[in-house]
Structures are given as C-alpha cells and as structure tokens.
Ligand binder design. Structure first.
Ligand code: KIV
Ligand code: ZN
Length: 564
C-alpha cells in the first residue's frame, strides 16, 4: 500500500460528527442589509462551461464540441465566456487561437482565460490571446489558511506576494499589447474559507497594481470553491467585502459558487442581494464534484420573478440537447425548468388544478397556473407532457387524460369509478401508464363491453303516449327480440328489457355529449344503473345519440353482471 492510500484510509476512521467537523463561523455583521433586498436586474453573466465545466468531465470536450458549445453560449447571450486554460495544454492553447484566428468571437463578447500566478504560464497565456479584440485575463491563487499551511507552507505575506507578482506581470504584458482591450480578474481561490480581512488585503494589493477605474474595472471574483456554509453566511461575506473594499466603484464583485451543499443557486441569489454584480457558472451546473452554479436555474428564477435575465432560454430543450451531447452529462428528470418531469403532474388533484388554471389564465394577465411556476411555453416546452399517470395520480387523473386527449367528458361520479379501475391497473402494473393504455382500459371496460348483451338493431317511433321501441339484442350470441314503451327511448328500452326478464336494475343517471364536430361526428353517452345497492356506469359511442344511449345502458348492465 502506498503512503497516500494509507493516509486516505486513516482519515476514514469512525468518529462522531461533532468530533470530526466544525460548524462554519458566522460573520460579525449585525447591521446586514441584504435580507431586505430583491434581485431587480440581471448580473453580468460569465459562462465557465468551457473551463471549470470542461475540466470536470470524464471525457473533456473535443475541439469540435467546444466550438459548438461556444457558439451556443454566444446564441444564449453570454457576453463573457471563459474559454479555458490556454497555458495548460496544447489543445487549450489551440482552441483559443482558433477562436481568434477564425474570427469566431462576436464583437460584443469577451473571451476570458484562466491562469495560475506563475510567470511562464502567464506569458504563454498572453501568447494565446494575441490578436483578440477584447479579453479578460483571470489569475488566481489559493488564499485560505488550510491551503497556506497544508499545501504551500506559506505565510499570508508570501501568499499575497504570489498574487502581487503575477498582477505586475499581467500589467506589463497587457501594456505591451494595447491593441487588445484588456479586463483583469483576480480570484482569491477558496475565498469562502479565507479570513475576510486577508481576502480584502490581497484583492486590494492586486487592484493597486492594476489601477482600475470606473471605466475599466477590476473583476474581483470571490469563489465558494468548496461550498462550506449556509447561503446567508456567504451573503454576509459579500456584503462585508463590498462595504469594506476601497474604491468600490472601480470593481465588479463577481460570484463563483460551487454546489457541495446543494445550495449553489441559493448562495448566488443571496450574494447578489448582498451587492455582487457578476455571476460565473455553467449550464445545468456542470462542474467539479457536485458542480458549479447552474446559470440556467438562476436566470430562469429571475425570469419567473419578472426580471429580464438577458439570457435566452426560450428553446431550453435545444440547449439541453447540445449540452448533453457535448458534455456526455445528463440533465436530471427533476432538474428545475429543464428536466423531463419538470412540467409534469402525476397527482390527480394537481392535474385538475393545472387544467382549471389553464382555463382561467388570461393572455395578458400575470401567470397564475397552479403548480407551474412558469409557462412551459416560455422555455420551449409543450403542454401535452404536463400530465403523466401512475398509481399516485388519484381518482381524477385518468378521467382528465380521457378528457384532454380523447374528448370524453365523464360525469363526475363516473370519474371516481373509472379512477378506481385505473388505480388498480396502475398498482398491478407498478409503472407509469401511457395515455393509450388509459384509453384502452376505458374502451375494454365500457365502450366494447358487449358480453353477454349486445345491441343488434334498434328502431324507435314517437307515439301519443311516448316512444315505442323495437330492438334485437344478442345474449351470448343468441338473438332476442324486444319491444317496449316509455316516455323516451331509454325508458322504452328499459321497459323492453324488463319485458324480456332482464329487470334486476334501476336506471339512475344519464349524460351525453358530442365527441367531434363535422361529418364524422360521434356521440358519447354515459348511463348509471343501480343493482342491489351497488351502482355501475356504462358508456358507448355511436353516430346516433339514441343508439349510443342504448349501448351505454347495455354496457352498464354487462358490467353489473360481470361484477354481481
Ligand atoms: O472554484 C474556484 O475557486 C475556481 C477558481 C479558479 C476561480 O474555479
Ligand atoms: Zn470553480
């Protein structure tokens, strides 16, 4: 066993959490103001898909895939895109060169490149950027106490010295290439774990060298490299930093949250409320470990609050398709806004409320459809997929699907009966049930339920005292002639059945509607009967409403016989 493996195993020793971990210290900022703030405008967005996102992929993107992703990011509306780490490898260098030499960078987009605070790497980075119209050079070094002690064995002064020396070289090289419009960015890596006064000291030392102005601001990027606290603590850190930074007007405070605690989005949102103006992140949150900030979610959260995000996610399925293909990562089915199930309701009561919400929604009114935080259309999704059916869907779900997709408007009491049938079916199957299967069940249980009784022929004539009918039915294939009278065709048919000895039921309820308009119009009829205290529904369709009613009655009787 190697030393490293032994060391890692030693760390795995069983300890209670209180002996192994410490709670994250709070920030002494009693007069914090951020909790009262709201996000009212979009930040400057910077995509780090091609750098932080790409470096976390098992199979990094090929140059062709990177080009496709870059193109997509431009189309979405990113004006700042971190394209990689050109000094780290030839592929990264070549990609940067290709974007510049093939004129692929739109005039209003700045490419950003990351580089460690090391002389040879910084020089190589400037070579990669030669000829760029505008570029952001992003340098970083770790500033937090654990890394200073464990990894570098350096004092605060020495760590600050690394940043200052790098900043000086960046300044010189940038001054030597005035043909490019330079923006400079510095990240105290693991800002979240660094003493606030020290982060501030290093950032101010770097700023003193770069000499930013309100027209050419320094970007101070304050990462939660490993998300370590609740979001409110990071918001306090950001408010503290903004308040204490000298010449605040010369700086853009940038967020770069990761998602180790699963709260990257919340952390970014609270930190924006605390005064940050810029956000680095990736599509769908791809990135190291549990990922970077998911920019799609933050932007669409903003959108759902009525704030223009300046990012176009109106065709989110296309964004997702390109993302999944180029990164080989999956978007989870429950991912906000983008997941397959995001605009889907299994619960019958939710389905019902959504249905009513759509019916009530006015075109020019605020969005108010229950259970749908935004209009699925706004992100290129459609309504049809909103409803899904499984054993959790409740009694109304199946009837809702029959109504929405097959045009059958079942009476309320029948919805409950059919809901029970479908629930039992879904329970037996133990899986999601397709709409067609719901219709098939409806068809075999009601519409095609012709055993033992099936209508053969039917004639009705109006008389002074009501209606007379003459009909022929088949009972298990044997033909039976029927005659009867009543005040309407159904009553006359009930009377005819009684005359033939089929009389152990009473008629309870009736409903009908047309199924579709035009020449091929069909009528749907629903009839409820009672037999020995139990009720049974029947249903049928036919071009003639009278025939549909008679067939529905036979369907109800057949069901009662089968269950009796
Ligand atoms: O997470 C991080 O700290 C980074 C820096 C390099 C900005 O990715
Ligand atoms: Zn990062």
């Amino acid at each position: 066993m190697t030393n490293t493996t032994q060391d890692i195993q030693k760390v795995g020793a069983q300890l209670p959490p209180a002996a192994k971990y410490r709670s994250f210290p709070t920030i002494a900022l009693k007069d914090r103001t951020w909790p009262d703030n709201q996000i009212t405008k979009a930040p400057i967005w910077c995509s780090v898909d091609l750098r932080d996102g790409n470096q976390a992929l098992a199979i990094p993107m090929s140059v062709t895939e990177k080009l496709e992703m870059f193109q997509l990011l431009c189309e979405i509306g990113f004006k700042q895109i971190e394209i990689g780490f050109p000094s780290a490898s030839q592929i990264e260098f070549d990609f940067c060169r290709r974007l510049i030499e093939e004129n692929r960078i739109p005039d209003d987009v700045s490419v950003q490149v990351l580089v460690q605070c090391r002389e040879e790497l910084i020089r190589r980075t400037f070579e990669a950027l030669e000829g760029a119209k505008q570029a952001i050079v992003h340098i970083y070094n770790s500033t937090n106490p654990a890394q200073r002690r464990i990894v570098f064995g350096m004092s605060r002064e020495q760590i600050k010295g690394i940043a200052v020396n790098a900043a000086q070289l960046v300044r010189e090289l940038a001054d030597a290439h005035p043909e490019t419009q330079w923006t400079m960015e510095y990240s105290p890596e693991s800002f979240v774990l660094t003493e606030l006064d020290f982060s501030l000291e290093v950032c101010e030392a770097v700023a003193a060298i770069w000499k930013p102005t309100p027209d050419n601001k320094i970007i101070l990027n304050l990462p939660t490299t490993v998300e370590s606290s609740t979001p409110n603590v990071h918001a306090d850190q950001i408010e503290w930093f903004c308040r204490n930074l000298t010449n605040r007007e010369n700086a853009i405070i940038s967020l770069h949250t990761h998602n180790d605690r699963g709260t990257g989005v919340a952390t970014t949102e609270l930190a924006l409320m605390a005064g940050a103006e810029r956000v680095e992140g990736t599509l769908f949150g791809n990135g190291e470990r549990t990922g970077n900030l998911d920019i799609v979610t933050v932007a669409l959260n903003m959108y759902s609050q009525g704030v223009e995000s300046n990012l176009d996610f109106s065709d989110l399925p296309r964004v997702r398709e390109i993302y999944e293909r180029t990164t080989r990562m999956d978007v989870h089915s429950r991912h906000p806004y983008a997941g397959d199930l995001t605009f889907t309701a299994f619960s019958g009561s939710h389905q019902d409320a959504i249905n009513k919400g759509f019916a009530a929604q006015q075109e020019d009114a605020f969005w108010e459809v229950p259970y749908l935080p935004i209009d699925p259309k706004d992100v290129g999704r459609d309504y049809e997929k909103i409803v899904r059916y499984n054993s959790q869907s409740g009694k109304g779900g199946a009837a809702f699907i029959l109504e929405q997709f097959y045009g059958f408007d079942l009476p309320k009491a029948m919805r409950i009966e059919f809901g029970k049938i479908m629930n039992a079916f879904a329970d037996r199957e133990g899986r999601e049930i397709a709409f067609q299967e719901i219709f098939d069940q409806f068809e075999s249980e009601y519409l095609n339920n012709t055993r033992p009784l099936e209508l053969d022929s039917f004639r009705s004539s109006e008389r002074e005292q009501g209606v007379k009918i003459a009909a022929r039915i088949r009972k298990n294939g044997e033909s039976i002639e029927l005659v009867g009278n009543g005040n309407g065709p159904i009553a006359a048919f009930v009377n005819a059945l009684q005359n033939a000895g089929i009389d152990n039921f009473s008629f309870k309820a009736y409903a009908e509607h047309s199924l579709q308009s035009g020449a091929g119009a069909q009528a749907a009829a629903y009839i409820e009967i009672e037999q020995e205290g139990r009720t049974f529904w029947g249903a049928a369709i036919d071009a003639s409403i009278e025939r549909a009613s008679i067939k529905a009655l036979l369907s109800a009787i057949n069901r009662s016989m089968a269950k009796g």
